[in-house]
Structures are given as C-alpha cells and as structure tokens.
Design a binder for this molecule. Structure first.
Ligand SMILES: C[S@@+](CC[C@H](N)C(=O)[O-])C[C@H]1O[C@@H](n2cnc3c(N)ncnc32)[C@H](O)[C@@H]1O
Length: 247
C-alpha cells in the first residue's frame, strides 16, 4: 500500500520554513546573523517516526505474523491512525487495540522524577478527541482501553500480539508493560519503542527532554539484558526509535 497518507493526513511534513519564516531568514542573512527560523517540531512524533511505524507494522503483515496489534500509549490517536490504516488496508482480520489513561502521565515515582523531564498529567488527551479523529477520517474505530497500564495490562491484552507500539515515555510505564507484551508476542512479532535515545549509537546535539525520555531506555535495557533479542535503533530525526523482533 502507499504511505503518502502519513504526510497528507497530518501536519508532520512541514519541515521547510514557511513564507514569513523565509523572509525573516533572509533578513538574518543580510544582517550576517547566524540565526534561522524553522518550523517547530511536532509533539508526539515526526514524519520519520511515522514512516518507521508504517514499515515495521507492514513487515509483520507481509510476514503473516499471527496476532493482533496494540498501541500502548496512544494519546490522541495519531499513531493508532497510522496503524489502523495499515490494518484496514492489508489485514482487516486483525484487531487494533489502543491503551491510554486518556488523562496524561501518572504520578511519577522517584525512578522518573529524577530525570526531570515529565510530570503528572503531561500530554493529557481525552478519549473524545481520539474518537473524533477516527470519525473525521471515517476510519474503523479500534478497541480502546482507558485506564492506567497497571490496570489494563495484561488483563485487557489480546491473547497473541503481532505488533506492539510501546510509547509510555516513563521508566515505570515501560517497565510494567514490556514483560506482558513480550510474553504474548508471536515469533516474528515486532515491538517498536517509540522513543529510544541511545547517544552512543546516534548522538544528536541539542536533543533534550521528551526527545530522549531516558527512563524508556533504562527500562528497556534492563528488560532485554537476559533476552536473546537486541534493540536496534532507527533514525527518526529529532526522535530515535528502537525496535526488536521476537525470536
Ligand atoms: C508520547 S504519548 C503517546 C503518543 C502516541 N503514541 C503518538 O505517537 O501519537 C504517551 C502516552 O502514554 C500515556 N501513558 C504513559 N504512562 C501511562 C500509564 N502508566 N498508564 C496509562 N497511560 C500512560 C500518556 O497518557 C500519553 O498519552
């Protein structure tokens, strides 16, 4: 299937400065000032991260990996929209499941508070917004699971999982969901870690805060320490994505 919908459905491909930004940049150049305006990066992901999501999910469909598809930390549904589009087109027999508190991040424990990146309630997006987006696109509504991961996972997970997007941003959230997802993933299933920043592999000057989500890497590395799978890093501009394929 084509994946141009990634650029046309959302506002993610605006990387080049707009007209007024170009004008300001011209003035800056004239004044020999080493400053340029660029469009602000998006909040939840960028076009590279969405393309990684598209190709990894499409790969599990092409390889006929059995099981359903889960978006763990779906927020307002933009990642779920990409996933549902792929599934509706290529594997409509699969069910997409989306998990979120729909009220943002939980109370932080010291394991996350020490990173100084997030706070309770960050990124809150309601289920009504999620639903409206699917309606506006006339896209099949996935099964939504509202609540803290600690309450919905594993009890509301499908029996078998062919693809999982893991996007909880926190150490505690990632640590809680990984073993349950891993246990249900079929051989060949792919787990995509939405933000996995490894400065040894790909240091990106000036990257900070949510683009690094250091707790995610800590929890993921701890979990995979004694597993045969290894996390690979995928370039995603200001984001870094990780993924593993279940053996
Ligand atoms: C970065 S956002 C997800 C972005 C989305 N996957 C996308 O790409 O558009 C992270 C989400 O995880 C949710 N979250 C994190 N920890 C959670 C927990 N323990 N229980 C429920 N939701 C949680 C937050 O509410 C937030 O919406």
């Amino acid at each position: 299937m084509d994946n141009a919908f990634i650029a046309t459905t959302f506002d993610w491909d605006h990387r080049t400065p707009t007209g007024w930004q170009m004008f300001v940049n011209k003035v800056m150049r004239k004044l020999r000032l080493p400053v340029r305006l660029t469009p602000a990066p998006s909040d939840m992901a960028n076009v590279e991260a969405r393309m990684n999501l598209f190709h990894l999910l499409e790969q599990t469909v092409a390889n006929k990996v059995p099981g359903d598809v889960v978006d763990v930390g779906c927020n307002a549904g933009d990642s779920t929209i990409v996933m549902q589009r792929v599934i509706t087109t290529l594997a409509p027999e699969k069910q997409v499941h989306a998990y979120d508190s729909f009220e943002g991040l939980p109370e932080l424990t010291e394991n996350d508070a020490k990173d100084g990146v997030y706070g309770k309630g960050y990124m809150a997006a309601g289920l009504d917004l999620f639903t409206r987006k699917f309606k506006a696109l006339n896209l099949k509504m996935p099964h939504t699971h509202k609540g803290w991961f600690e309450a919905t996972i594993p009890s509301e997970l499908p029996e078998r999982i062919s693809f999982a997007l893991i996007d909880g941003d926190l150490y505690e959230s990632t640590k809680h969901v990984l073993p349950h997802l891993y246990a249900r993933m079929a051989p060949g299933a792919i787990g995509m870690i939405a933000v996995y920043y490894d400065e040894k592999i790909f240091p990106r000057k000036g990257v900070s805060g949510g683009y690094m989500s250091p707790g995610v890497k800590r929890a993921t590395d701890e979990f995979f320490k004694d597993k045969p799978e290894k996390i690979s890093l995928l370039y995603a501009n200001e984001y870094s994505n990780g993924y593993f394929r279940k053996l």
